[in-house]
Design a binder for this molecule. Structure first.
Ligand code: HEC
Length: 156
């Protein structure tokens, strides 16, 4: 090999060494932790986090279950378990219907959307829906009690 070849070899060796050092310096922060073992979270801490998360998911404030928006009245947990499997609870909370209306929606989902037979739970679910998501009419004030009114004459 001639002198020129030797020079070319030396120069390129130095060149690659410099490029290598440069790249190493560039990515070195990213290499932090590559040679450490897997990170372990102490069991107590991960259990505590899971408990906090579970508590968050069950949180009820002012009678509303925060995660789903369902009214936290009797039967709500059955409704959460059954009626949020396929879609958001919003579909429930944004609807209002009579007991029959809710029954029809359930039948429609059973016939067309693959909703299963609700068995014993159907009654509890319908009770909850009819009580908490009833049409506006049923929340109108009661009719006046004509007997109880004290009539008086307007003085003109
Ligand atoms: C097996 C899946 C599944 C389950 C479980 C399910 N649904 Fe549905 N439901 C659907 C599908 C699919 C739709 C149509 C969604 C859409 O139009 O985007 C729907 C739509 C609805 C609607 C809207 C109906 C309308 O006329 O707009 C309501 C209200 C509803 N579901 C209530 C419930 C209630 C209450 C339960 C619990 C008893 C329930 N769903 C459980 C699949 C399901």
């Amino acid at each position: 090999m001639g002198t020129i070849g030797l020079i070319v070899q030396t120069v390129s060796a130095i060149f690659f060494a410099v490029v290598g050092l440069f790249l190493f310096a560039l990515f070195q922060p990213a290499l932090n932790g590559w040679f450490d073992g897997p990170q372990t979270v102490p069991v107590e801490i991960s259990q505590q986090r899971m408990a906090e998360k579970a508590a968050d998911m069950d949180r009820v404030e002012d009678g509303i279950h925060l995660e789903t928006g369902l009214i936290a009245a009797e039967g709500w947990e059955t409704v959460r378990a059954t009626c949020t499997a396929c879609h958001s609870a919003k579909l429930v909370t944004q609807n209002k219907a009579t007991r029959d209306g809710w029954k029809n929606m359930i039948v429609w989902m059973q016939e067309t959307q693959g909703l299963w037979d609700l068995g014993d739970q159907e009654n509890a679910i319908l009770d909850y829906l009819a009580a908490n998501y009833a049409p506006e009419e049923s929340s109108r004030r009661a009719n006046l009690d004509m007997e109880a009114i004290e009539w008086y004459l307007l003085e003109l």
